[in-house]
Write a protein that binds this ligand. Structure first.
Ligand code: HEC
Length: 182
């Protein structure tokens, strides 16, 4: 009697120990927890301990593309500047990878040249004049320029005339450069 109680206790303890070890060892893990990609280029993520079918969700499909290389490797391609989160989820667990997409240096350099057109009114390096252009994010500056360029804001104003003269890619390059200024 006594013996079988002890045996049961040992079995239960063993079972719990193995179960706890196994379930933590089999939580899906990613090779990185955060990633920085240049817009237009790619990086890969390796996953391990995948248990069952894996689902992949991308918080911002306009900013990054996530594609499978094989069952445990994924490719992340930067599309537009900003940040996104990828969630990999298997049968029992999930893991997130935060991705920040940066502008390519060539685009920042191009933007620097183009932005010299702005400084006669916005001060040297956007430091003042009518409106300061420093300290804003890429998204904020690009949104404002898009509004002027499409005529959504002040279509007959000075800024519309300026913004309409640039291509979409040039506006992005200008915003990428200005967002590096503090
Ligand atoms: C001839 C003068 C002039 C030039 C050149 C000019 N701007 Fe402006 N900009 C203004 C004025 C005036 C305003 C404020 C009035 C308005 O919103 O229309 C303004 C407003 C802005 C705003 C909105 C600021 C805010 O916080 O509301 C942004 C962004 C901007 N300009 C960016 C640029 C960029 C980028 C360039 C260069 C490609 C540029 N500007 C060139 C005169 C100019």
């Amino acid at each position: 009697m006594r013996n079988s109680h002890v045996m049961r206790l040992i079995k239960t303890t063993l079972f719990l120990a193995v179960y706890t070890l196994a379930s933590s060892a089999f939580a899906v893990t990613a090779s990185v927890s955060s990633l920085s990609v240049i817009s237009g280029s790619s990086q890969s993520i390796a996953l391990s301990n995948i248990n069952g079918p894996l689902s992949v969700s991308n918080s911002s499909p306009g900013l990054i593309i996530v594609s499978a290389i094989d069952a445990s490797h994924y490719k992340v391609t930067g599309v537009a500047v900003g940040s996104a989160t990828i969630t990999f989820k298997d049968r029992t667990s999930s893991v997130q990878v935060r991705v920040s997409v940066k502008a390519p240096v060539s685009s920042v350099l191009e933007g620097r040249l183009l932005a010299s057109n702005c400084f006669q009114c916005h001060g040297t390096n956007g430091s003042g004049g009518f409106e300061r252009l420093t300290g804003e994010s890429y998204g904020e500056i690009y949104d404002e320029l898009r509004k002027f360029a499409t005529g959504a804001e002040d279509p007959n104003g000075i800024m519309a005339a300026h913004a309409m003269g640039f291509s979409e890619a040039q506006l992005k390059a200008i915003a990428a450069y200005l967002s590096t200024l503090r």
